[in-house]
Design a protein. Structure first.
Length: 125
């Protein structure tokens, strides 16, 4: 479930109550993490992908790493190993930070595309 900014503002002014049985999430925690995905009691902040300096897809990410302009790599846990292993190996060789996301669908949505994404990355500014 995604809590968007409007939903969190409703919580701030007291219009809505939010609790999560798995972690017993209360109001202060939601104020600190307003744009997080909550699933299975795990927070995955993907709001840093909401910038124009990003690449989505294996080819674009690989090209950015070849040029040396990738600063962070996001990999979906449910993606095919044949796709992610070469990208992970290249990232490890270049000391690029790697963060795992639990699903391709969430990664695609965080990148503002209509389809699932196996890998995405943030470019250096």
């Amino acid at each position: 479930m995604l809590y968007n900014l409007a939903h969190c503002l409703d919580v701030l002014i007291g219009k809505r109550q939010i609790t999560c049985n798995l972690l017993d999430i209360k109001f202060p925690l939601l104020v600190l993490f307003p744009a997080c995905f909550v699933q299975g009691g795990i927070f995955v902040p993907l709001n840093e992908l909401a910038v124009p300096e990003r690449v989505v897809g294996e080819r674009e990410v690989q090209r950015a790493m070849d040029k040396g302009i990738l600063r962070k790599l996001f990999v979906a846990a449910d993606s095919d190993v044949k796709v992610t292993k070469p990208v992970r190996d290249t990232a490890a060789g270049l000391s690029v930070e790697v963060e795992e996301v639990d699903s391709k669908l969430k990664l695609g949505r965080a990148c503002a595309i209509d389809r699932p994404a196996a890998v995405a990355g943030l470019l250096k500014k």
